[in-house]
Design a protein around this ligand. Sequence first.
Ligand code: GLA
Length: 390
Amino acid sequence: MPNADAEVTSLVEKFKATYHVEPLLIKSPGRINLIGDHTDYNEGFVMPAAIDKHLLLAIGTSAEKYSTLYSLKYNETVKIDSQHLADKTTTHWSDYMIGVLKQLSASGYQTKPFHCMVGGDLPSGAGLSSSAALECGFAFALDQLNQWRITSTDIIKLSQKAEHEWIGVRCGIMDQFTNMMGKKNHALVLDCRSLEQHYFPLELSDYTILLCDTGVKHSLASSAYNQRRIECETGVSILTQSGTDLKSLRDVTFAMLEASRDKLEPTIYNRCAFVLAENKRVLDGSKNLEQGDVKAFGRKMFESHEGLSKLYDVSCAELDFLVEKAKDFRGIIGSRMMGGGFGGVTISLIAKDEVENFLSLVTPLYLTAFGLELKSYIVRPMDGTAVVES
Ligand code: GLA
């Protein structure tokens, strides 16, 4: 793995050799979520942080009429005319960037022709929000290049809209928000209804954050994610029939849900029950962390996984396996699947001096059980998307 500076230098050199202009460089991070999944689109609470795995975007003006997008990972260039963008997605990495260009142009921002190269060490499809990193990073890069001065909130919202309208995933706001607003050494509790945020220093005493990557690629666009959202909306509309005006599951209490239990199909009831409990775990969990009770917080992570797996049904055999192994391991105090689910990573709080022991135990077991190589990352909270000063 190249060190951060070497990575930056090599992208800049490649850019200059290819396009003969000095680029602007943008760092756009992935994110973790300590607790609170599938709550954001229900106007609930989440506890994410941006991390020290990121995309790097080099951008500069093109002397031609056309623009180019280049991915280092795929070693592939896509030539585009930003005035005449495709009218269909192509299930390609460039879709996320085209979606952003479309949103910008719908808001009256026409970019000058540009070249943009994307590199970095953020794995894609692992639940670390590489799509939001690409959307927000690219919108931010274009804003810098064109000097539009779009606000962070607008970048967050237009990137989310690109995901909804172009990619077809009706995601919440957590990923885009965290990408832009992350703060080094801090996590945040975000109220996804008001967008009010509370940053706090992430102090985990003797523990560190370990991500274990199942290697199973989740496809959020595959209808399961949108289906969960519809199930929650169905729950809200049935609960509304009992006379209370409800906007989202955020307005529903445990008592209201229990009172209407016989009106809800078991699946819908389970989805709603999970979301209510998960919101409470975020709020209670943030108190645990504030009081330095990392172990109590860790227990909530296990509960969160149980709910995501049994009630919300967004886990998979590989994720369940890794969380079970984590539960049996003395040095881990909390573990859960993270993000949209159906694959991707688990997040665990593990004693710093037990990381090697855990990985050497679980890696061969995982290989035997699923025939897959287990990848892992230790991650730390980092700042949100920003220009890399040279
Ligand atoms: C994906 C979505 C987010 C959020 C998570 C689950 O990452 O993009 O908006 O819903 O899944 O918490």
